[in-house]
Design a protein around this ligand. Structure first.
Ligand code: PLP
Length: 435
């Protein structure tokens, strides 16, 4: 949960602590284009500490086996660490272990929910799943600021079921129109899909109010926690959401692993998304009985080493403390935002929104394409993201086709933020773009 009062009262990480943390990340000691790497692209994918790299390797070298199959010792031990990993992630987000479904990433987790609802709408899941059916007259609510991963699956669900997609607009600054959200969520709304933290603006959305409105009308809420779970204390029960999704590679874990949190009573009635081995109890040539959740949603051979490594990542984050990480990043985020806003010709997308933020800002530099900004910074060893960040509607609403995004993490130091600021100012001089 993004409780700013909690974060305000904690002591941010000291410079010395961050230096020690950096020593855990081998890649941060490397050079790029002759400069020490300044990695400001953790919003896209984060770097991994030795504890995570070692956990994945240790699994592969001593325990590798398929889980929930096989009676041999390695298979049993692999199953045990796989389920331990599920427990670790459940603790990290405030859920019970059987409410965590492993997926490849957040994108798959959102598609899992959308396809499951779609299957329920086709009558799959029987009477138990009837209350999940969508059809004409029903509405799905999402927002104009979503990552495409939390937009297209709902467009597709609407197209398959005849439901209508309603999109909460943004104001001219890029903030969610909360008044419109509360108006659009009504008696016809069946599910509300909203991002906790924008991957472009870095603002923490007031999801509590959206959830409260959804509760009033009996709609489900799916929270895209991709940009919050890595950076803020997250408690899915305190937020009272029905589903939450995250990606391991954004929170110090490996790629290829993500998770869906789903409220137990919902997972229990949801028909499966992917089908096949490992998710069944009895199969005939024409029928199949499915396992209870979470296994019902984990068809096929699982990503065990990735799950084990993600558990090492959440242990690492927990040990340092999410409130302290959030405080560290809030300070870096302010430095980044203030610095960018002080540069003539730079427009920070959503820079004027008065909401708590993580350490992430996207900006447009007048007269210079974001790819040129990105390449100029890269020549100095600075890694940032350029493009539309999988959020074309948001960029369109703000009148730009692309932007440059700098994003921090627990291992980011002030000098790296300053390097971005100096680099942007130098790019403006280099390209002769100063007004
Ligand atoms: N949602 C948000 C807010 C994101 O930032 C991202 C990734 O950038 C995603 C969803 C999709 O994550 P993945 O590509 O790991 O599935």
């Amino acid at each position: 949960m993004s409780d700013s009062t909690v974060i305000d009262s904690v002591v941010p990480l000291s410079e010395a602590e961050v230096r020690r943390i950096r020593d855990d990340f081998p890649i941060l000691a490397t050079a790029v284009n002759g400069h020490p790497l300044a990695y400001l692209d953790s919003g896209a994918t984060s770097q991994r500490p030795r504890a995570v790299l070692d956990a994945e390797r240790a699994f592969a070298t001593t325990l590798n086996a398929a889980v929930h199959r096989g009676a041999h010792t390695l298979a049993a031990e692999a199953t045990e660490v796989f389920e331990d990993a599920r427990r670790s992630l459940a603790r990290f987000v405030g859920a019970d272990e059987d409410e965590i479904v492993w997926t490849s990433n957040a994108t798959e987790a959102i598609n899992l929910v959308a396809y499951s609802l779609s299957n329920a709408s086709l009558g799959r899941g029987g009477a138990a799943a009837a209350r999940l059916r969508l059809g004409e007259g029903d509405e799905i609510v999402t927002t104009e600021m979503e990552h495409h991963a939390n937009l297209i699956p709902w467009q597709e669900l609407a197209a398959r079921t005849g439901a209508t997609l309603r999109v909460v607009p943004l104001d001219d600054e890029g903030a969610l129109r909360l008044d419109e959200a509360l108006r659009l969520i009504g008696d016809r709304t069946r599910i509300v899909a909203v991002t906790h933290v924008s991957n472009v603006l870095g603002v923490v959305n007031p999801v509590e109010q959206i959830v409260a409105r959804a509760r009033e009308v009996g709609a489900l809420v799916l929270l895209d926690a991709c940009q919050s779970a890595p950076h803020l204390p997250l408690d899915v029960r305190a937020l009272d959401v029905d589903f939450a999704v995250l990606s391991g590679h954004k929170m110090l874990g490996p790629s290829g692993i993500g998770a869906l949190y789903g409220r137990r009573d919902l997972l229990e009635i949801m028909p499966p998304f992917l089908t096949g081995g490992s998710m069944i109890t009895t199969v005939t040539t024409t029928t199949a009985e499915y396992m209870p959740p979470p296994q019902r949603f984990e068809a096929g051979t699982q990503r065990v080493s990735q799950a084990v490594a993600l558990a090492a990542a959440v242990d690492y984050l927990t040990e340092i403390g999410m409130p302290r990480i959030a405080a560290h990043e809030a300070a870096l985020g302010s430095r980044l935002l203030d610095g960018l806003r002080a540069i003539d010709g730079v427009r920070v997308l959503g820079g004027g929104i008065a909401l708590p933020r993580v350490g992430l800002a996207s900006f447009d530099v007048a007269g210079i394409h974001s790819h040129d900004v990105g390449q100029f910074l890269d020549d100095r060893g600075i890694a940032v993201r350029v493009g539309h960040h999988c959020a074309q509607p948001l960029h369109r609403r703000l009148g730009v086709t692309s932007s440059t995004r700098a994003s921090t993490y627990l291992y980011t130091i002030e000098a790296e933020v300053d390097a971005v600021l100096d680099g942007v100012a130098a790019a403006i001089d280099f390209f002769g773009a100063r007004a």
